[in-house]
Design a protein around this ligand. Structure first.
Ligand code: AMP
Length: 393
């Protein structure tokens, strides 16, 4: 079964074509800067790369370009008579309605639209991707895979905020959580690798966005991103946890709500502290003694450690810790800083194994460490394709 995975964002559409159930990737690519000058289409297949700047005024055109290339006989991606059976769409917010992947129906589309108020930057574009895909691939089943779904198992004591009940009852304000597809995927790969579902696992997704999940017997029971995708860990440009009093303080000093949102979401985090965007640059600057970069790395690791401690307390201990995503998979330095001084929990990293970790699943705990420390590469597209296949097979 050929499954196209689409991740339709505000100005980009990422895609992958996978053959299921093997999970073989036939091609991947993206259209970026949609609606802006310098829009670009990129496609990578086993036979080569196509990289083209071209005008892409909107998502309709972007998806048309993708569809035209996927079905172009010269590229040979589809055998004669072969069709794309399903399109798996990443949808950021499923609210309280979706704890599972579902086939797209009129009702599902209405719910995604209704939830746009909770994810204004994502859900409208996810929906647009679905609607254009319905036109371009009318014979394919459309499937929605929600980022929030994995976290629907979080118990009420952890997903409620201590604010008047009316805000939960009438406005749906609660922890929803994000990056669920990644946390689910890496926790399942870790369980497969270990040959058992660990009783108490923590997965740490460290990319441009960062989040941490407490997973009890395979189910998410707590998570650092909350109502929106800004809480918790220090991220690339997002602050993570702050005292909300500072927002009111700055509002009173003349900043507008819009300006503060921009500052906290786009200009804070590691970038706010260092003026550098890429963790590799921050690590190099720290090596050369840049004080801001050293401090930012310390702050990032310290925040993660505090969450590990909190989630170990929430689960009455810890058996497995998983690092994933761009930073989690590649930065030995961050992994080492995070796991330092946690031996009280039985968490001890082996510096040598950590430095030498290769691509793929690696174990990096020390000989004496009681907690398994795993590096597990994430693959959200494959997880979306797997869930789509499971639903339809
Ligand atoms: P992601 O959102 O998962 O693509 O992760 C992006 C982040 O991973 C960026 O901050 C990159 O700087 C970081 N990253 C990627 N490769 C490395 C590496 N080799 N060492 C440290 N950080 C990396």
């Amino acid at each position: 079964m050929l499954i196209l995975v689409l991740n339709s964002g505000s100005s980009s559409i990422k895609f992958q074509l996978l053959s299921m159930p093997s999970g073989t990737m036939m091609c991947s690519g993206f259209v970026e800067r949609i609606g802006n000058p310098g829009a670009r289409f990129y496609l990578e297949t086993t036979k080569g790369e196509y990289d083209k700047e071209q005008e892409v005024p909107g998502h309709q055109k972007g998806l048309e370009i993708i569809a035209t290339h996927l079905t172009n006989p010269e590229l040979g991606l589809l055998q004669p008579g072969q069709k794309i059976s399903a399109v798996g769409h990443r949808v950021v917010h499923g609210g309280k309605f979706y704890a599972q992947t579902v086939k797209v129906t009129q009702i599902v589309k209405e719910k995604i639209k209704e939830l746009a108020s909770l994810a204004p930057l994502h859900n409208p574009n996810n929906l647009l991707g679905i609607e254009v895909s319905e036109q371009l691939f009318p014979e394919a089943e459309q499937v929605a895979v929600f980022d929030t779904a994995f976290h629907q198992s979080i118990p009420e004591k952890a997903y409620r905020y201590a604010i008047p009940n009316v805000f939960y009852d009438d406005h749906g304000i609660r922890v929803y959580g994000f990056h669920g597809t990644s946390h689910k995927y890496v926790s399942e790969r870790a369980s497969e690798y270990l040959g058992r579902i660990p009783s108490r696992m923590i997965t740490i997704h460290l990319g441009n966005g960062c989040s941490i999940t407490a997973i009890r017997d395979g189910k998410s029971v707590d998570h650092s991103l909350g109502f929106g995708p800004s809480n918790g860990l220090i991220m690339g440009t997002r602050s993570g946890d702050i005292d909300h009093a500072l927002i009111f303080y700055l509002l009173e000093r003349g900043y507008t709500a819009e300006e503060l949102n921009q500052i906290l979401v786009k200009e804070s985090g590691m970038y706010g502290l260092t003026r550098l965007r890429d963790l590799r640059d921050i690590q190099s600057a720290a090596e050369k003694g840049d004080r801001n970069s050293i401090l930012a790395l310390d702050m990032m690791s310290y925040r993660i450690r505090k969450y590990i401690g909190a989630y170990a307390a929430a689960m009455n201990g810890l058996d497995v810790l998983v690092f994933t995503a761009g930073i989690g998979e590649n930065s030995a330095l961050v992994r080492e800083q995070v796991c330092g001084e946690m031996d009280y929990l039985g968490l001890e990293i082996d510096p040598d194994k950590n430095q030498k970790a290769k691509r793929g699943i690696c174990e990096v705990q020390s000989f004496d460490g009681r907690v398994k420390i795993l590096i597990v590469p994430t693959n959200e597209e494959l997880e979306i394709a797997r869930q789509t296949y499971q639903l339809l097979k």
